[in-house]
Design a protein around this ligand. Structure first.
Ligand code: UPG
Ligand code: 3PG
Length: 318
């Protein structure tokens, strides 16, 4: 593995349970910092209420680490807005934000518009489809930002079980991550190959940084942010926090294909010019004390057309 990636993994991977909410609250007050939590939601009436309730009770009321809790309704047809409002969130419909700039469908638009309607110095994004949500996700993501001024952006990392008709497959989830996003990132942005979950929907960042980069629409938003923030702030300003295990509702293979298409579009629009793709692929295994990186050579070589070879050999088959 590249030495810079190994160093980054060592310096910038934090256990999410390192921080106590009370200690972070003190740091937040000392710095005069404010925190907004944003949940992008499209038809998430089944899960959004429990997540909002959990954050409100634990991190707004019991220990006020969170100053603002907003659900960005991305155009839900179900009761997402009502459920989120009843649970205690401020609900903002994407169509009501910057209407003079029109609307683009998808998650990236909801996140982009959330910057306009929130005021926290730090933003924490949390998907609204998480099952068995733990508010320590928010604490773990805020920890590096509230304790190290050199950190500007923190992504969640976690185990991703896959729920199938036959039961739970412990690390079968994250199919787009494993089959597209990770290979793409490793090939063209190998300096970012230490990110265990480059597509994680749970991440936090400083407003000034998030407002300095474009937001790709749709499901390209996470890939775009990673690449753009690394360019603007440097890889050492990016970090990851180990949040344990995350479960969410899975999309169909066909829907994941469309997600992959959007990520590919986003990546290709940012692809560094020239240069062959890096042949190294870094994957991760869960261990007792965290995650272990395993490096593979996935470089391929073209063999010449057999006809040419045979011509060079004077037609000889042997
Ligand atoms: O048009 C949309 C589509 C989705 N969402 C919300 O965005 C979140 C994540 O969407 P989901 O469809 O659950 O994505 P995943 O299948 O979980 O995809 C993973 O990979 C995506 C691509 O990077 C990330 O956006 C996700 O956060 C990440 O969990 C959920 O709260 C959705 O309700 C919107 O707000 N608007
Ligand atoms: O991040 C991903 O790769 C997609 O969200 C798909 O995740 P899943 O395989 O856990 O459904």
């Amino acid at each position: 593995m590249r030495a810079d990636v190994r160093r980054w993994l060592h310096d910038r991977t934090y256990p999410g349970n390192r921080w106590e909410p009370r200690a972070l609250l003190r740091a937040k007050h000392q710095q005069g910092t404010t925190v907004s939590v944003v949940l992008p939601a499209l038809d998430e009436e089944r899960t959004v209420g429990a997540i909002v309730t959990s954050i409100r009770r634990t991190l707004v009321e019991a220990c006020p680490l969170v100053d603002e809790l907003v659900v960005m309704d991305s155009g839900s047809c179900d009761r997402t807005a009502a459920v989120a409002g009843d649970a205690g969130a401020r609900v903002v419909h994407v169509d009501t934000v910057l209407p003079e700039h029109g609307g683009v469908p998808g998650k990236g638009e909801a996140l982009w518009k959330s910057l306009h309607v929130t005021s926290g110095d730090l933003l924490v994004f949390v998907d609204a489809d998480l099952v068995a949500f733990d508010p320590r996700f928010v604490v773990g993501l805020l920890g590096p930002l509230l304790t190290d001024p050199a950190v500007g952006y923190v992504k969640g990392l976690y185990d991703r079980p896959l729920t199938t008709t036959e039961g739970l497959v412990p690390s079968g989830g994250g199919r787009v991550t494993e089959l597209l996003a990770r290979p793409l990132l490793n090939a063209f942005w190998p300096e970012l190959s230490g990110f265990v979950q480059p597509l994680s929907g749970e991440y936090a960042g400083r407003r000034e940084l998030l407002e300095s980069v474009p937001f790709a629409s749709g499901y390209g938003v996470e890939f775009g942010l990673l690449v753009d923030l690394a360019r603007v702030a440097g890889v050492s300003a990016l970090a990851q926090a180990d949040l344990g295990t995350r479960q969410h509702s899975h999309q169909s293979d066909a829907a994941l294909g469309r997600m992959a298409g959007q990520i590919l579009q986003t990546a290709m629009a940012r692809r560094p010019g020239g240069g062959a793709p890096s042949p190294e692929l870094v994957q991760f295994l869960r261990t007792e004390d965290g995650v272990e990186a395993v490096s593979w050579d996935v470089g391929t070589r073209d063999r010449p057309p057999m006809r040419l070879l045979r011509a060079e050999r004077g037609g000889r088959r042997r």
